[in-house]
Design a protein around this ligand. Structure first.
Ligand SMILES: [Zn+2]
Length: 250
């Protein structure tokens, strides 16, 4: 019997291109910069609109900074990091970092963001227990990833969260794909080469976080982390360094 791990690695398909608006929903500042900013740079270059919705401000992410100081600082770093890859709209939902709960409140907040932005493509981060192998994921990523996959449908249903329509947010059933960055089971990919330099700069904008994380020179750290990741996918994408996604069609 062949387990999934032993199957020959299938080639990743190119990401769908027939869309105009995307919304990325993740738990923390830096999730998109670690996960898929090179792909986002490609898309904004092509004239597509991409907005970010962050569930927290990442205020529990730096051991040496108290949350009330850390939250506003990480919000600023996230806004500049987004601007580097052509993203001007960055929203924060103000759930508490580290203890995001999967449930109706989270689904409703994400469904509201989907109705505001009316994306055809939703982007989120790995919702699985691990990053592959034995690298355990965080509960915030799991909750937000799953809730985003669920909210793609919630946003189109008038009756699950009727209070949203009362606030003027009419149902939006137009999400055609949900693309999960950082998944251990990718299906699609985007050529990372045109966007990689901006992806490095956008990750580098999270300077306070990175300086607290590593003694390495921040730029060397960002470039080697992202380069390693995109090269790891090249064998499955015609030798092209790539940002992989697990894509759910709707
Ligand atoms: Zn995170």
């Amino acid at each position: 019997m062949i387990t999934p791990e032993e199957e020959p690695l299938a080639q990743l398909k190119p990401m769908p291109e027939d869309w105009q608006r995307a919304l990325a929903v993740v738990a923390h500042p830096d999730d998109l910069e670690y996960g898929c900013a090179a792909a986002i740079a490609n898309w904004t270059d092509a004239g597509r609109e991409v907005a970010y919705a962050l569930v927290t401000r990442g205020e529990a992410g730096i051991d040496t900074l108290a949350p009330e100081e850390c939250g506003p600082l990480r919000e600023r770093e996230q806004r500049t990091g987004a601007a580097v890859v052509g993203v001007e709209t960055v929203e924060f939902m103000d759930h508490r970092d580290g203890v995001i709960e999967y449930g109706p409140a989270l689904r409703r907040d994400i469904a509201a963001a989907i109705r505001r932005h009316r994306p055809e493509l939703l982007i989120t981060l790995n919702y699985q227990d691990t990053w592959g192998g034995l690298y355990w994921n965080t509960p915030d990523h799991v909750a937000v990833g799953r809730a985003t996959l669920d909210a793609a449908a919630d946003a189109g249903n008038r009756w699950i969260f009727p209070e949203l329509a009362e606030q003027g947010l009419e149902p939006w059933g137009g999400v055609r794909w949900v693309a999960v960055a950082g998944s251990a089971r990718p299906t699609h990919a985007v050529d990372a080469r045109p966007g990689i330099d901006r992806a490095v700069r956008s990750l580098l904008e999270h300077r306070t976080y990175i300086e607290a994380l590593t003694d390495e020179d921040p730029e060397t750290y960002c470039r080697s982390f992202l380069t390693r990741n995109i090269e790891a996918s090249a064998d499955r994408f015609g030798k092209v360094p790539a940002v992989p996604f697990e894509v759910f069609s709707r």
